[in-house]
Design a protein around this ligand. Structure first.
Ligand code: FES
Ligand code: FES
Length: 186
């Protein structure tokens, strides 16, 4: 049995689980919280990112038993927004600016971006690049992700609301810059 605090609620998993089972699989298979994605399973892609005690963490690399033992607080994409389905500012911007393409990596991208903005309300390009470097997007949405983070930061500081993608987030992911970004980040 495991007891894990997820999105503010204690969740009890009665199954007899392998003690080494990663948090990712407990979230997805035991708790049916499938917003957190399996990408590489090896700590390289960031698709499985959740927050553990506020820190962006790859849930494929953390034993669920350890999370339970430490009484750690887990936040997943399902808990990123507020009560009653309220969206996190980043989620609003992601929709307004049409950031995702296939969407597979985007829960991880959002969780990493949310942790960044919590600690740094006005991140520079370099701050964003550094914070997001470990989150891979096979669709090459890096430019839109960066524009989205900047727009959410501006919104939080009382700036202009997030605009459309025409205000700095190219929709066509075949742009030269995005191809380069995709290439550089493998
Ligand atoms: S699935 Fe966890 S880092 Fe890729
Ligand atoms: S939007 Fe498709 S992998 Fe990122």
């Amino acid at each position: 049995m495991l007891r894990i605090n997820v999105n503010g609620k204690d969740r009890v998993i009665q199954e007899d689980l392998d003690p080494e089972i990663p948090l990712l699989w407990v979230l997805r298979d035991s708790l049916n919280m499938v917003g957190t994605k399996f990408g590489c399973g090896a700590g390289f892609c960031g698709a499985c990112t959740v927050h553990i005690n506020g820190q962006p963490t790859r849930s494929c690399q953390v034993p669920a038993a350890m999370v339970a033992q430490q009484n750690a607080k887990v936040t997943t994409i399902e808990g990123l927004g507020g009560e009653n389905g309220a969206l996190h500012p980043l989620q609003k911007v992601w929709i307004d600016m049409d950031v995702p393409q296939c969407g597979y990596c985007q829960a991880g991208q959002l969780m990493t971006a949310a942790a960044l903005l919590k600690n740094n309300g006005a991140p520079s390009d370099a701050d964003i690049d550094s914070a997001m470097a470990g989150n891979i997007c096979r669709c090459g949405t890096y430019n839109r992700i960066k524009a989205g983070i900047k727009a959410a930061a501006a919104m939080a500081q009382g700036g202009k609301p997030a605009g459309t993608r025409a205000q700095g987030a190219p929709k066509d992911n075949d742009t030269h810059a995005e191809k380069e970004a995709t290439h550089e980040r493998g």
